[in-house]
Ligand binder design. Structure first.
Ligand SMILES: C[S@@+](CC[C@H](N)C(=O)[O-])C[C@H]1O[C@@H](n2cnc3c(N)ncnc32)[C@H](O)[C@@H]1O
Length: 538
């Protein structure tokens, strides 16, 4: 299992759930979704082998920041009506703060990608220029054009004209009328022409809509070459705060006050650095980081990892013939009491991240669903879930594995789920393999030179079923080279008639029109209520 992991964040709670939905397709145990304001993102702690905790720095950070979205004018025509040369002025501050916080959280030598779907330089080059100025050489723009061969783009610009909402542009801050001083601030202005070349803003990528018929997009990659100026200054403060933070078992209040200490420490120093830079002590350019509200008040179920005495584990281990190499302490549920419904699996690194931060970071989701309660089946209380199978398949023992042939798999995928293929219709070798496996949930393994598949199955008394999400059925038939034409309808030629028990799915065809795919499959119920422990933020 890879040691790396991804932490995805959005300040908007609903967007986090959208993220959960999208990320679910990856089936990755190495991912965590969190819900914070990125401009005041709390530090993440990790522990080493001796259990000593330290602040984690990321290797890579991608800041796809909120923006005016004026690069998407073609698909969002309402932007035309609201467009104003000054719209970007309101976004600049938040964009800058998000990027700056990202730089704090990245390792020296690490990279940060800043992107917007806007073409307004105030949201783009002006943010990068301001960061480069403030970081005093600790951060450099990187030329990444060779990493995207074939992509058409224009270089970043080094000159732009900030404007007020009445669409009047200003060459210098001195020209800005006092009434607009809060909107058109000094930081929005481009570098002086004689200084412009030192920033290399041409290394930014401007992807313009007409170049290759896309939306407009802006991308800049920064590398952190050294500690940031305010990091050096506040190092001792942060150390003291960190020591204090780690030295106690935290209550909610304590955590809040400790975190504010850390942020206050770095903030005041950042303010200093910035004021120094701008010769301005009044406007430090840093809005105060708000004290985090009710850290423990968000409505997410807890993440409860299995301990050595987990009562449900023995029967699962025995039934699935699980290898002792499976890190069972990386299995978790989302309920403290009552019947466990779903069991999730994370990588060891994510487990540590959850345990070291769950009381200070709003974790929305992590782990892949691996076992699902199905005690009505009276064999084992839990069946395997296809979502987590790629992660734990290597640990499932031979007693629960059935090697199947391609023809068997196609039969199972294409059949009416109410009438799964009987043993005698299966490949002769498969029929032999089935004899070694008792009734119940099992792992169906298909192996060929081109394709290896591990699928959740059900070995019945006289039939064999594949047990996968309905939305994946056509995908697997396609992978196996089966005929999917009978599942497809062209919406523009024929209205699909929903038959009893049929599942309708929609896919976008390469022609860009909607193809409606209809098929009958065993439906695995994967979802329940929004705050139910069983849904892990899905
Ligand atoms: C351009 S979109 C990013 C879209 C994202 N890359 C995706 O593919 O879904 C900007 C996102 O930033 C989020 N956002 C806005 N302000 C934020 C903040 N202060 N901290 C974190 N996320 C923020 C918005 O909710 C929005 O989802």
């Amino acid at each position: 299992m890879p040691e790396g992991f991804v932490v995805a964040n959005d300040v908007n709670n609903s967007r986090c759930y959208m993220l959960v939905h999208q990320a679910k397709r990856l089936n990755s145990p190495n991912m965590m979704i969190v819900n914070h304001d990125a401009s005041s993102m709390p530090n993440f702690y990790v522990s080493d082998k001796d259990g000593k905790r330290s602040v984690m720095k990321f290797d890579r950070i991608l800041c796809d920041v909120p923006c005016t979205g004026d690069g998407t004018l073609r698909k969002n025509p309402d932007i035309w009506m609201k467009w104003n040369a000054a719209n970007g002025n309101n976004m600049h501050g938040l964009q800058f703060r998000i990027l700056r916080r990202g730089l704090e959280m990245v390792n020296i030598g690490g990279r940060i990608l800043y992107s917007t779907c806007s073409l307004n330089p105030i949201e783009n080059e002006a943010v990068i220029h301001r960061i480069l100025l403030e970081m005093k050489g600790a951060v450099e723009l990187v030329d990444v054009s060779h990493l995207v061969p074939g992509l058409k783009f224009l270089p970043g610009v080094s000159h732009w004209i900030p404007a007020s909402k009445d669409n009047v542009g200003y060459n210098t801050f001195d020209e800005v009328p006092a009434k607009y001083h809060t909107q058109v601030r000094p930081q929005l202005f481009p570098p002086k022409s004689e200084e412009a070349s030192q920033f290399h803003l041409e290394k930014c990528l401007r992807i313009l809509p007409h170049l290759q018929d896309t939306g407009g997009f802006f991308v800049a990659v920064l590398e952190k070459r050294a500690a940031l100026p305010f990091e050096l200054k506040c190092k001792s403060d942060s150390h003291a705060a960190l020591k204090k933070d780690l030295g106690q078992v935290c209550s909610a209040d304590k955590i809040q006050s400790d975190n504010s200490t850390i942020f206050k420490g770095s903030l005041s120093n950042r303010g200093e650095a910035n004021a120094e830079l701008n010769g301005d002590t009044k406007d430090s350019n840093f809005e105060p980081v708000p004290k985090r509200k009710r850290l423990l008040g968000f409505r997410e179920d807890p993440f409860v990892f299995f301990d050595d005495n987990e009562p449900v584990w023995t029967s699962i281990r025995e039934f699935y013939d699980v290898s002792p190499d499976l890190p069972k302490n990386c299995l978790l549920t989302r309920c403290l009491m009552g019947k466990k419904k779903n069991i999730y699996f994370t990588s060891p690194a994510i487990k540590d991240l959850v345990e070291s931060n769950h009381d200070r970071i709003k974790i929305i989701n992590t782990g892949v669903k691996t076992f699902v309660r199905c005690d009505y089946k009276k064999v084992c209380d839990f069946r395997l879930s296809q979502e987590g199978l790629p992660s734990i398949a290597p640990f499932i023992g031979p007693r629960r594995r059935i090697r199947i042939a391609k023809s068997d798999l196609l039969l199972m995928l294409e059949c009416d789920p109410k009438s799964p293929p009987q043993f005698e219709t299966l490949d002769a070798a498969t029929q032999e393999n089935i004899k070694d496996v008792d009734v119940g949930c099992c792992l169906l393994e298909y192996r060929s030179e081109e394709l290896n598949l591990d699928l959740t199955g059900w070995r019945g008394k006289c039939s064999l079923k594949v047990y996968i999400p309905s939305s994946d059925v056509v995908h697997y038939i396609r992978l196996l080279g089966g005929d999917v034409s009978k599942y497809a309808f062209d919406k523009f030629k024929k209205e699909p008639a929903e038959k009893d028990g049929a599942v309708i799915d929609t896919n976008l065809t390469s022609e860009g029109h909607m193809e409606v795919v209809e098929y009958k499959v065993p439906v695995e119920k994967e979802r329940s209520g929004a705050t139910d422990e069983s849904n892990n933020g899905e």
